[in-house]
Design a protein around this ligand. Structure first.
Ligand code: HEM
Length: 321
């Protein structure tokens, strides 16, 4: 009952549609709901492609697990280049299954999230040459045309940080999520004729929530003004003097299950953007507005990729800035 209410309310929120196209294909979350609804028929749900995919992932991972397990203890201990998460794991467990599960967990959480976010970031830069120029200018001024950025460099590039925040605001990498009530409880809103009263939630009720809708709901933002353009617009400058209200901006979630890779992700993505923009000064887009389709299989990504062309900066121009 509670989950039904939640989905009815969230469908009233405005999903970005102005230029993005209005399609969000949501695979795994829907299958999670379907799974819980057709529990007695679960054994009859066809899983051929799922099992084939699983086999491919396992074969791939076991190759690396076997390689690390065949190393001597001193080789495993080497902290030089080439020391990986898997080497660290091999000290913690000798179980192939545990290693495989830990690897899948980190690969799932850490790869598509950052890859998808960077795709959306470069997509937006290709649509906004003025933002690209401002961002590149900051990078060249503060870090230079060739230098590898360190952690302090990235932190000092405030426009870069705002551009990342703005990307994660419009395109939260985990757009839909789910929790299961462990005991009978209430939620503060969602009940009553207008949804403003508390609502009861029985133990074992799955509750879907949508960070995507939350972050696209005008109710949680200041009114539109010259400093705060329409919330559907990509505008890193809106972060100059604005901080989101608590629990209204949640790309990394919050509370006990907050993303443990948040700092790593922001550093990794910032580093990638710096290295790309040190080398390239122009990004052309090879599609029209409205062609972007959002796809979410747990992690959100552009359904048809991002077709852009990067133009290398000439060395003269790199010095000039
Ligand atoms: C743009 C980048 C990223 C975003 C937006 C993101 C977002 C999230 C979110 C929303 C959750 C909570 C999921 C839930 O509560 O159900 C989460 C969990 C997690 N993330 Fe990230 N993540 C990112 C990158 C990374 C990276 C790079 C790593 C590691 C290398 C990572 C590791 C994890 C792990 C291990 C969890 C599970 C934590 C737990 O359940 O206690 N994430 N992430």
């Amino acid at each position: 009952m509670a989950s039904q209410d939640t989905s009815t309310r969230s469908s009233a929120y405005k999903v970005p549609s102005r230029e993005l196209g209005n399609s969000i294909l949501c695979g795994s979350n829907q299958s999670a709901i379907a799974d819980s609804r057709c529990r007695p028929f679960n054994p009859f749900v066809p899983r051929k492609s799922f099992n084939a995919g699983l086999k491919m992932i396992n074969n791939y991972l076991h190759f690396f697990i076997n390689r690390v397990q065949s190393l001597s203890s001193s080789d495993k201990d080497t902290k030089e280049e080439g020391y990986t998460f898997l080497h660290a794991l091999s000290h913690y467990t000798s179980s192939k299954q545990v290693m495989r599960d830990q690897l899948v967990s980190i690969l799932l959480a850490g790869r598509d999230t950052t890859a998808g976010t960077l795709s959306f970031l470069f997509y937006e830069l290709s649509r906004h040459p003025e933002i690209l120029a401002k961002l590149r200018n900051e990078i060249i001024q503060r870090i230079g045309p060739d230098k590898l950025p360190n952690f302090d460099d990235l932190r000092d590039c405030s426009y870069l940080q705002k551009t990342l925040s703005e990307t994660l605001r419009l395109y939260p990498a985990v757009p839909f999520n789910m929790r299961l009530a462990l005991k009978d409880t209430t939620l503060p809103h969602g009940g009553g004729p207008d949804g403003s009263q508390p609502i009861g939630v029985l133990k074992d009720t799955p509750i879907m929530y949508a960070v995507m809708h939350l972050q696209h709901n005008p109710h949680y933002y200041p009114p539109v003004s010259p400093e705060f353009p329409d919330i559907d617009n990509f505008c890193p400058e809106r972060w100059n003097r604005w901080t989101p209200k608590p629990w209204t901006y949640l790309p990394f979630n919050g509370g006990p299950r907050i993303c443990i890779g948040q700092q790593f992700a922001l550093t990794e993505m910032g580093y990638t953007v710096v290295r790309m923009l040190q080398k390239f000064e122009r990004i052309d887009r090879y599609w029209k507005d409205g062609e972007m389709i959002l796809k979410s299989d747990i992690v959100m990504a552009p359904a048809n990729g991002v077709r852009v062309g990067f133009w290398e900066a000439t060395s003269a121009k790199r010095q000039e800035l």
